[in-house]
Design a protein around this ligand. Sequence first.
Ligand code: AGP
Length: 369
Amino acid sequence: EQIEKGGYDHFMLKEIYEQPSAISDTYRGRMRVAEGIIKMAGIDDNLAKLLNAKRIIIIACGTSWHAGLVAEYIFEELVRIPVEVEYASEFRYRNPVIHADDVVIAISQSGETADTMAAIKLAKENRAFVFGVCNVVGSSISRETHAGAYTHAGPEIGVASTKAFTTQITVLALIALKLAERKGTISNSSFHYYLQELERIPEKVKAALESNEHIKYIADTYKNAKNFLYLGRGYNFPVALEGALKLKEISYIHAEGYPAAEMKHGPIALIDEQMPVVVIATKKGHYEKVVSNIQEIKSRKGKIIGIVTEGDVTVKELADHVIEIPETEEFLTPLLTTIPLQLLSYHIAVMLDKNVDQPRNLAKSVTVE
Ligand code: AGP
């Protein structure tokens, strides 16, 4: 097992550090930047169906559901097709309205999640076209779907999903870019620029990983907190949910993710000097609004950990700590903002002596309902 961990103390840490190569493995062979082409067999063979979809329904559970939420923002912005993101476990039991011209995208790292599988079968019974985004090759979900794209993240052993999440977002971004280019919902020059920017993401993830020691220090400062709040807006709202889930599942600390603007509708009552609040406040995307949310937290004495764009000045002055990430296009920021949140939960769990790779009560793939 030590050999399999490749010199890392835990699979989770190894998998966090594998993300630069996992992301490039995901787009390698599919994205030809110089030629300005995205080639994905599962998409190319079903292009008309996808382009004519009246609606996209994304079904998934847990972290994969968070990747689906990020995809909702990406698809609606770039492709202009309405998207609904559903917990597979809710979707399958609530007699949902499914049309034959709906495209259903099922996301699953393991490809074995029972609720996601049942939701796929229901969508197929209703004659929707079902597209799978799985990591495990040959898994049940990859066989049950009409077409699909693998994430090519390599085996993910840690129960807490890390590289599966970022590679799911990568695949979904590739699909959105391809459809947007074909549909003409983005300009040719934007398309080319976005491909170049996606190609730069692995290097930027590497740069984000360089904050590891600083994050360790922050983890040590807050490891005994009883609650954490995670806030983000837009593309980074799902990242806030994902950051909170990571902390809960491996450190057993209660954490909640919220859209930052929703704070004033309830959760702000929780804030006092005992409450660490992780706020994703990158330069693009509602920056000024997030800054005013940070001011609200500060005036209630909450402890602020800001995830900011390199060179940020404003949040640095307000926050107790900041963690910098490189700048990128707004729709790609989740690929970077999620990195410090993974490391933060990892270090807290290690410091609390928890079983990081196999947290209590959890299984890597949930094959029961
Ligand atoms: C994430 O860290 C969890 N282990 C969990 O939420 C997981 O994402 C969920 O069970 C879905 O699994 P799947 O992607 O294999 O379908």
